[in-house]
Write a protein that binds this ligand. Sequence first.
Ligand SMILES: [Mg+2]
Length: 252
Amino acid sequence: MIGAIIGDIAGSRFEFNNTDNFDFKLFAASCAYTDDTICTIAVADAAMNGKNYGDSLHDWCRQYPSPMGSYGCSFANWIISDNPKPYNSYGNGSAMRVAAIGWLFNTLEEVQIEAKKSALPTHNHPEGVKGAVATATAIFFARTEGKEAMLEAIKEYYSEWEEPRLGYNRFDETCQGTMPIVFGILDKATNFEEAIRYAIAVGGDSDTIGAIVGSIAEAIWGIPEQMYQNALKYLPNDMVTIVEQFYSRIKK
Ligand SMILES: [Mg+2]
């Protein structure tokens, strides 16, 4: 889960100002958490504390209405609504928020059921659900069987991956546009930090690619303790509480 948050924070300053520099500073003063972190926290809170996923997303996003980079337009309208309804989204938001689910449930079947439930309040388009289920499935396989088994399992969802080339990725906020580059990066990278650097230096929707890659990379390689501590410094206390609850639950 902190892998998603690290990717979001590191990518935050490049979302609308892309970089092709692989050696950028991961934790700069101008970095901040964005919507990807808030939604990741909301899904984790729901999965751990018996809340409805839609209610938790609505509550957390209303609590933090103006993050760096803002919310996407349709999602912002969903947050504002007092009676929010799913809007058939296939945006990559369903994939970037699902990290905790890949860890908190013990069987692949449960992970996939919960991932789908986390997508449906907003991302009820088949590609939106698929993005969430594939990401949670990747985390489950990575943490239980390792990287190669994960890459094999994920071909059921995304069979063609995109080779990461620095600065070449176009801005594409859809699941079907984002996931092929995510798995291309994870295939090529050899450790967590390298995966995060590729995720951001390819360009495009940097913070969200960072969050999705980071969530799966954590399950493959783990997170250096110093990076975990650095990321927590960017978060308000109520988010830190959820992160700490998560890691005490899964025994970091
Ligand atoms: Mg964002």
